[in-house]
Design a protein around this ligand. Structure first.
Ligand SMILES: [Zn+2]
Length: 336
C-alpha cells in the first residue's frame, strides 16, 4: 500500500480512535421497512444496517468508531426492542469494522480471508505509527516547551499512541469465518451471506435478505458521487468485481433497497451506475494500451474528467487505473 494512502488512513483512523470522526456528530437513521433500520455514520455516508427478525437483530457493518457503534447499537435495540444476535463484517477496512468493539459479546461473521488481511493492515500501520511516534518525539525534544508547536506535537503524539494501542489491545476481530457464504435464519427470516471472490478486497461479503428485498453490498458498491476503489494490496480485483456486479444484477434482480458501503441507499440503478464507472475506466485503460502507453505513462495522461468531482477520484486515481490495467491483462490472458 503506498505511503501517501496510509497517511490519510492513519489520520482518519487516529481521529476515529480518539473520538473524532463518526462520534463528532450524532448518527442519523432511516427506517426502510418495519424490520430494517439503516444507521448512518456522519462522514462519507457509511452505514450500519439492522435487520429485525422477531428473534433478535442481525447487524451488517459496524461503522468507524466505538462511540458511533455504541450509539448505533442503543438505537437499534431500542427501536426493535430486541437484542443484537449477530454482526456481519463486509470486509476489514477500519471504517467498516472498528465499531466491532461495541459488539464484542455477539458472534461477528466475516469471510475467511479477513483475518490474514487485517493482520497485514495492523502490522503495516503499527510500523508506520511507531516511526511516526519516534519522529514526533524527536521533533518535540527540539521544540520550545509551552509553545503552540509543542502543543500540536503533543496532540499528534497522543493520537498516534492511542491508535497503536487500539490496534493491539482493543480492536475486535470477527469470531466466525465463512468460506463460501452461509445462511442465517432467525425468526423464520433468511439472511443470506454471499461471497463472490475478490472485488474491492479479496474477502468482501454481500448480504441478501429476500423477504425484505434488501441487498447490503459493503464497499463492493460505492453510491452516487463516490468513485469505487479496488484495494489490490488486500487482494482486490477489478475484473472479478465487474463480474460480481453482473451476477448480482441477475441473482438479486428483485432487490428494492440496495445499500452501498458509502453513499445514499437506492435501488439496482446504483449497481448499474457503478458498472458504468468501471466500464469507462476499463475503456480508458484499453485506449491507452492500444496507443502503446506504458502504465506509468497512462497514470500521467489518463483522466476520466466526468468523474473528477467524485469523492476520492484524484486520491485513488493511481490505484484504480493500475487495477483496471491489471484487469485488462487478466481478461486478455483468459482469451488467449
Ligand atoms: Zn473498503
Amino acid at each position: 500500500m503506498p505511503i501517501r494512502i496510509l497517511s490519510l488512513l492513519l489520520i482518519l483512523m487516529a481521529a476515529a480512535v480518539a473520538g473524532g470522526q463518526d462520534s463528532q456528530s450524532a448518527i442519523s437513521s432511516t427506517r426502510l421497512s418495519d424490520s430494517v433500520l439503516v444507521v448512518d455514520g456522519p462522514n462519507f455516508e457509511r452505514h450500519c444496517v439492522a435487520v429485525s427478525t422477531g428473534e433478535g437483530v442481525v447487524v451488517i457493518e459496524s461503522l468507524f468508531s466505538t462511540d458511533a457503534a455504541d450509539e448505533a447499537r442503543r438505537l437499534i435495540e431500542s427501536t426493535f426492542s430486541e437484542p443484537v444476535r449477530a454482526v456481519i463484517n463486509t470486509h476489514c477496512h477500519p471504517d467498516h469494522s472498528f465499531g466491532n468493539t461495541a459488539f464484542a459479546d455477539v458472534p461477528i461473521i466475516a469471510q475467511s480471508g479477513y483475518q490474514a488481511r487485517m493482520q497485514m493492515v495492523i502490522e503495516g500501520w503499527s510500523g508506520i505509527l511507531t516511526q511516526q511516534i519516534d519522529s514526533l518525539t524527536a521533533q518535540l525534544a527540539e521544540t520550545a516547551e509551552g509553545s503552540q508547536d509543542a502543543a500540536s506535537l503533543h496532540d499528534a503524539l497522543e493520537q498516534s499512541r492511542q491508535t497503536l494501542d487500539f490496534l493491539h489491545n482493543s480492536y475486535v476481530l470477527p469470531s466466525v469465518y465463512v468460506d463460501a457464504g452461509m445462511t442465517l435464519t432467525f425468526g423464520g427470516k433468511e439472511i443470506q451471506v454471499l461471497f463472490f471472490g475478490p472485488g474491492h478486497t479479496d474477502h468482501d461479503l454481500v448480504v441478501w435478505v429476500p423477504s425484505e428485498k434488501l441487498l447490503v453490498m459493503g464497499d463492493l458498491l460505492f453510491g452516487a458521487g463516490y468513485f469505487p476503489y479496488t484495494d489490490e494490496s488486500l487482494g482486490g480485483s477489478t475484473a472479478n468485481w465487474v463480474a460480481t456486479l453482473d451476477r448480482l444484477l441477475q441473482t438479486c434482480a428483485e432487490a428494492e433497497h440496495v445499500v452501498p458501503g458509502h453513499g445514499k441507499v437506492g435501488g439496482l440503478e446504483l449497481i448499474r451506475a457503478e458498472r458504468q464507472v468501471f466500464q469507462d475506466l476499463l475503456d480508458a485503460a484499453a485506449e491507452a494500451r492500444s496507443r502503446g502507453l506504458t502504465l506509468e505513462q497512462a497514470l500521467e495522461e489518463v483522466w476520466l474528467e466526468q468523474y473528477r468531482s467524485y469523492a476520492w477520484y484524484d486520491f485513488r486515481h493511481d490505484e484504480n487505473l493500475t487495477a483496471a490495467w491489471h484487469a485488462l491483462e487478466e481478461l486478455e490472458g483468459q482469451t488467449r
